[in-house]
Every structure is written in C-alpha cells, then in structure tokens.
Design a protein around this ligand. Structure first.
Ligand code: ATR
Length: 296
C-alpha cells in the first residue's frame, strides 16, 4: 500500500503509454516487499532538463529514460557511467548528492538476456542490422565481449560507417565493417549471429522485414530481434524457416529493468524472481508459449 514512506520512481519518455516498465518494477517491488511505486511520465519535447530537475527536487531516488531522450538527458546529469558515455545513451538515473548519475542498462541487459538464452558472442561473426542508437550500443557490447567480426548493415551507409569507425578505433583493430543493406544477399557462406536493431517489423507492421533476400537467412545460425511486440517478428520467422534459432527483445527489456532495479536498491535479483517477472511480461505482451521454457 502507498503511504508516507513510499518511494516514487518513474519513466521519462514520449510516448510512454505502452511501456512495460511499470509492470517490471512494480512486480519486483511487490515480490521483494519494497515500499516503492513506479509510474510513467510523459515529457514534452525540450523539457527533459525541467523533468530531471523536478524529479530531483521531489527526491525521486531513480528514473528510467526512454525514447527519444536517452542522449538528450545526458547534459542534465551530475555524472555519467563510462559504459553509458561510450555509447552516448543513458536509460537509468540513480540519485546521488548533487544530481543524478546516468547509466546504460540496455547493453548489459542484452548481454544477460543472451546468456540466459545460451547465445554466445565470443569468437562469433556477427551481423548488426541497423545503425541507430540501439545498433551503436549492440556493436559496443559485441566488441567488449570478444566478437570475431562485426558487420553493420544499414540503409544509410554513412551511419553504419560512423559506428564501424568508432568500434575499430576503440578496439585498436579493424574488426567492424559497414555494408549497405543489399550486401545481405552476397555474404560468404558462413554462419552468423544476426542482431536486428531497427524498428522495421514493430507492431502494427508485424510482417515487415528489413531484409527479404532468402540468401541472407541461410547465413544466419541465430537471430536476435530487439523488438518484442510482436513476440515473433517477421525477421524471427524467416530465421527459423531457414533452420536458425530466433529470439525477441523481451528478455533484454526484462534484464535492463532488473539491472536498473538492482542499481536503485543495491541488491541482486535471483534468477527465479527474474523468471517470474518474465512470465508477467510474456502474458502482458500476448505470448504465453515461451513461458514454459523460461529456463532462467
Ligand atoms: P534507435 O535509437 O532505436 O536505434 P534510430 O536511431 O532512429 O533508432 O535508428 C533507426 C534504425 O532503423 C536506423 O538504422 C534506420 O536506418 P537509417 O539509418 O537508414 O535511417 C533503420 N530504419 C528505420 N526504418 C527503416 C526502413 N523503413 N528501412 C530501412 N531501415 C530503416
């Protein structure tokens, strides 16, 4: 029950009405008996600074930040964690003396999701589809976790080139390469892990796919789509139809929330608890089948 000691957390974004984050945090709080509540806050364009200052003035211990403010929020923070700085995006704020400290839990969230799904990065040849903010974070994770090669495919080649250059400079070797989308059908007959970071295929355009060329899907042993609505995207369907394994972004969403919750409350969430929250998310997002094989 909400009382005088309830701590308020929330999400800053625009839009926010379809967010699953309140379900993650309020379920965790209830399961762990923590007196907190988590609410969505719609923030108008150009008012992110005011929102952050207002939240601080209201003694809010932590916030999440979502699209389109993950980069825009950075100047309003007292400090930014090195991982968040590297990828230029913050999705979690933790209250400190003098202001909020910004973190990025999307990247470690994806890593924990992949580990839970048994998807390995080290030594893998990986294709990143897209070159937006999400792709930049994914590419940094792949470099950090020892991918052998990163191919970044994007409609606008210059954006892919920008990410590849940054990765290569950071790694001190040429491991990332930018390619246009039509290169997807001309890949060498090798097996790749492919991570789909664009919003192509997002509900309501469930059947849209970034790449239609079947030759591409024959080269993919595992496909990871960051989209979780629908729970099975067109990309996932095509990967599976060509014999690969496919995963959606729901576990990444789960773990980015869990890592934020861990930062706010200075604790570790047991995997059993994570699994229960995942089942809640699956029910809310319309998928129930996979709940049985949660396997976390
Ligand atoms: P995010 O921060 O979520 O990654 P973003 O920065 O807007 O979002 O990036 C969106 C990505 O989806 C980009 O790679 C974009 O390609 P461009 O760089 O060419 O714009 C890609 N994308 C979105 N809609 C697309 C479409 N219809 N066809 C091809 N690529 C698309």
């Amino acid at each position: 029950m909400t009382d005088g000691k309830t701590k308020t957390y929330g999400l800053l974004g625009n839009p926010v009405e379809h967010t699953l984050s309140p379900a993650i945090h309020n379920t965790l709080a209830e399961m762990l008996g923590i007196n907190m509540t988590y609410l969505p806050f719609l923030v108008d364009k150009d008012r992110v600074g005011e929102a952050v200052r207002g939240a601080y003035a209201l003694h809010m211990p932590g916030l999440n930040v979502t699209v389109p403010y993950k980069s825009e929020v950075i100047p309003y923070l007292a400090e930014t964690d090195p991982v968040a700085r590297r990828i230029g995006a913050v999705n979690t704020l933790v209250r400190t003396d003098g202001g909020y400290k910004g973190y990025n839990t999307d990247m470690p969230g994806l890593y924990r999701a992949m580990k839970s799904d048994g998807v390995k990065i080290e030594g893998e040849r990986v294709i990143v589809l897209g070159a937006g903010g999400a792709a930049r974070a994914v590419a940094a994770l792949l470099e950090e976790k020892g991918a052998e090669e990163i191919l970044i495919l994007n409609r606008t080649l210059e954006r892919a080139e920008g990410i590849a250059e940054d990765i290569n400079a950071f790694a001190g070797k040429k491991m990332a390469k930018a390619l246009p989308l039509d290169a997807a059908g001309r890949l060498p007959e090798r097996k790749y892990l492919a991570i789909q970071t664009t919003n192509v295929g997002l509900h309501p355009r469930d059947e849209d796919v970034l790449i239609t060329d079947e030759a591409f899907y024959r080269c993919v042993h595992t496909g990871y789509d960051l989209i979780f609505n629908p729970v099975r995207t067109g990309f996932m369907r095509l990967v599976e139809e060509h014999g690969g394994k496919a995963y959606n972004g729901l576990k990444m969403l789960l773990y980015q929330g869990i890592i934020a919750f861990e930062l706010w409350n200075a604790l570790q969430i047991p995997e059993k608890t994570a699994c229960r929250v995942y089942e809640t998310l699956l029910t809310l997002s319309g998928g129930t089948e996979e709940a049985r094989e949660c396997g976390i």
